[in-house]
Design a protein around this ligand. Sequence first.
Ligand code: ATP
Length: 283
Amino acid sequence: MTAQFIAPIPLASHLSAARITAFAGHRAEQCRIEVVAETGSTNADLLARIAGGVHSRTLNALTAPTLLVAQTQTAGRGRAGRTWLTAPSAALTFSLAWPFAAPLQALVGLPLAVGATIAEILADFGVEVQLKWPNDVLHKGRKLAGILIETATAPDRQLWAVIGIGINLAMPQQLQEQIGRPAANLPLPAAQDRELLLGSLLSGLAQNMRQFESEGLAAFVERWNRLHAFAGQQVLILDQGKTLHEGRALGIDQIGRLLLQTDAGDSPLAIMAGDISLRPKEG
Ligand code: ATP
C-alpha cells in the first residue's frame, strides 16, 4: 500500500447546507443548496428535475441555480458511459445546476472553465493541481477530480447545464485497485473541512459561471493554459483505445480545442473534445 492512500481523514458524519451557505457568501446568494445522505448520481437527479419542469407534481423543479451534494454517491457517471467510483463519504460528490441564457453551442468550452475554476479554488487552499484536457484535474500526475457536464432544456425552454464534480478525499486501496489508473486524494488540511471547501467551490463557480456567460471561454483560455498538465509534451489522442493522433500538446485555443503539433503538418491540429481521450506518450 502506498502512503498516498493510507491516512484516513476524520470525516464529519453529516454535511450541513447551512454551513455551506455561510461559507459560500454573497457570490452564491441566489443559489439553493441541498444535501442528501445518499443518491445514485447528483447529475441524474438534477437533470430529472429540470426535465420535469415547474408543473411536475412528483419532482421538485428547479427555479434557481442549485447545488446538490451527496454524502455518498453510488452510481457516479463519467463521460461516454464511464463510471465515477467513490467509497461512502470518502469523496466530495456534488452537482451544480446553472441556467444559461445562451445557445447550447456556447457551452462547448464549459468543462475547461470549470476545470480552471476548481484549480484556482484549490490553490487558495494550498493545493496545486494541473488540468488534463478536456475534463480532468490532476494532483502530482494523478487524477484528483473529474468533471462531467450534461445539459437539459426545461419544458419552459430554459437551458440548464448540470456541472457534476467528484473530488477524492480518502480513497480506499481496494477502490484504487478497481479503478486501475493512478488516483490522488485531496491533501490535508484542504480536505479537513468539507463544508468550507464546498462553500468556496460554490462561490468560485457562481462567480465564474456569470463570467463565462458574459465573456465566454475567452476569459479562461490563458488561465487554463497556465495549468496545462502536458504543455509541450508528447501525447496520444485516443478513441476507444485506438490512437487517432500523436504530437506535442500546445494548449487550448479560443474555443477549447486542444492544439496538437504533429510531425505531419506545419500548423497545429485543433482537436475537438467529443468522446476522445488524451494520454501522455510513455518513454
Ligand atoms: P479522459 O482521460 O478522456 O478524461 P477518462 O477515462 O478520464 O477519460 P472520465 O469520464 O473523465 O474518463 O472519467 C471516468 C474514468 O475515471 C473512469 O473510467 C476511471 O478510469 C476513472 N475514475 C473513476 N473513478 C475515479 C476516481 N474516484 N478517481 C480517479 N479516477 C477515477
